[in-house]
Design a binder for this molecule. Structure first.
Ligand code: 9MR
Length: 452
């Protein structure tokens, strides 16, 4: 009873205080502005799984400003009218923030985006369903599938390095592991770009194929015009090979020690390079010996072009290879071919000659010209189909050799717009497996079909 009385008294006092006492103000009643509530909806573009559609659904009245941070390191940008379309090309987890500001203050809506290109792009509701069924490097279980790269591509996180990581199990430097780049002047080495490529491979569990220690076309001028005796020249070459192969011991799995040493002309003699002039015909053997001594576990290849299309050159190549005995592990047959040439039988002959010698085969530098006669202005579906068929043919031949002879099949470039062939032939072509926008071409499926 006592407690009830006390409570009633307190209630009465409260009512009296709240009803009376305070003086009325003279001015208008100010209602402080209410905060708006930031909110947005996000959906994946129905036409591109790497594009997110962001719809600002902020709830509130009065003036406010909306800003987006897409979580890609670029900070906030002002919201534009309509739906925002934002690309997410790189694998990872990103926070998308919508920040809304009015007089009353700031509110934010933050949502998470997960991108896995192996699962097709942006993962719906953050759930990535990865199927490796159509990924070259995963479907190819008995040999490495390679491509080329550059330091500029692996130094930054971006779609170029993602493409390599997603589809390929081996990389080759397009031009930064050649003598003109690594030994630019007497007494000076520059391994910065080569290191970046090798470290990228090692960090991502991607095989690194070294290309190419000795190549007449990437020989620096100071070597071509060497001032010194022949003996000094030989010491310099030995030091270059030893230094380079030792540097990447345990990281670079294989090297093209000598590249394109054979002349195209009749009889296919040894090219009269500065190496042949200063060290004699034996220069090739010496180079392989120095590479072998520097890293006995590294696979050593001889690499050359027109191995399928020219029987004479193929014979000259096998002659060199035979003369090297156990200093060489494999043949690198460059596959710069056309959609209609060379024949299947001639490509098969390269494989057969290599297998019969018990050597490893590297189908290197694969690109398939779709426009060798410059009679096309765009890649027609008919040509794309023929090109696809040639990819399948090459891969089938490679895939059919015994396991012990397998090593890698390396494609010479990712996107058509980056091919060396445009400059070389002076007209457009589409020799690779990806379009400029990184979408896959029929050639990619052709490669996959060759693996079946
Ligand atoms: O594709 C490469 C190109 O970007 C370089 O400028 C050039 C010189 O380093 O080498 C090109 O690659 C060649 C390869 O190393 C050997 N076989 C022929 C390739 C096309 O020229």
């Amino acid at each position: 009873m006592k407690i009830t009385k006390i409570l009633s008294f307190l209630f009465l006092v409260t009512v009296l205080i709240s009803c009376g006492g305070s003086e009325e103000s003279d001015g208008p009643i100010i209602i402080p502005p209410a905060k708006v509530r930031a909110a947005f909806e996000m959906t994946i573009s129905p036409t591109d799984q790497n594009v997110l559609l962001l719809d600002n659904k902020t709830v509130g009245t009065g003036e406010f400003t909306s800003e987006w941070d897409y979580g890609q390191g670029n900070g906030f940008v002002l919201d534009q009218p309509g739906i925002e379309e934002v690309r997410f090309d790189v694998d990872g987890t990103f926070s998308v923030t919508l920040k809304v500001t009015n007089e009353a203050g700031v509110t934010q809506d933050v949502q998470t985006v997960v991108v896995a290109n192996s699962a097709g792009g942006i993962c719906p509701n953050g759930i990535c369903v990865t199927s490796n069924a159509g990924v070259l490097k995963d479907v190819s279980t008995t040999f490495l599938v390679g491509n080329i790269t550059r330091a500029s591509k692996v130094n930054s996180v971006g779609i170029d390095s993602e493409i390599l990581k997603t589809h390929f199990s081996s990389i080759t430097s397009e031009y930064e592991m050649k003598m003109d780049r690594m030994h630019p002047s007497q007494g000076t080495f520059d391994f910065a770009a080569a290191d970046a490529i090798v470290n990228f491979g090692v960090a991502n569990g991607i095989n690194v194929h070294g290309h190419a220690l000795i190549w007449h076309n990437a020989t620096p001028d100071w070597v071509k015009n060497f001032s010194g005796t022949d003996a000094e020249f030989e010491t310099m070459v030995k030091n270059y090979i030893t230094t380079t192969v030792t540097r990447y011991k345990g990281k670079v799995a294989s090297w093209d020690v000598v590249n394109e040493a054979i002349e195209d002309g009749s009889g296919n003699p040894l090219r009269n390079s500065v190496f042949k002039q200063k060290m004699g015909d034996d220069y090739i053997k010496k180079c392989y010996q120095w590479a072998r001594d520097a890293d006995p576990d590294c696979l050593l290849f001889y690499n050359d072009y027109n191995m399928a299309s020219s029987t004479g050159k193929r014979a000259a190549m096998f002659k060199i290879v035979d003369s090297l005995g156990d200093l060489i592990d494999g043949v690198g047959a460059q596959m710069h071919i056309n959609y209609n040439f060379p024949s299947k039988a001639n490509i098969q002959a390269v494989a057969d000659g290599t297998v019969s010698r018990g050597l490893k085969l590297h189908f290197a530098e694969l690109d398939v010209r779709a426009n060798p006669d410059n009679d096309q202005t765009s890649l027609t579906s008919e040509r794309a189909g023929l090109q696809k068929a040639k990819f399948t043919e090459v891969v089938k031949i490679y895939n059919s050799i015994p396991l012990a002879n397998k090593y890698a099949l390396t494609v010479w470039g990712v996107r058509d717009n980056e091919t060396w062939l445009t400059d070389f032939w002076g007209h457009i072509d589409w020799p690779l497996m990806f379009n400029e926008d990184y979408s896959k071409k029929p050639a990619y499926d052709g490669f996959l079909e060759g693996l079946q």
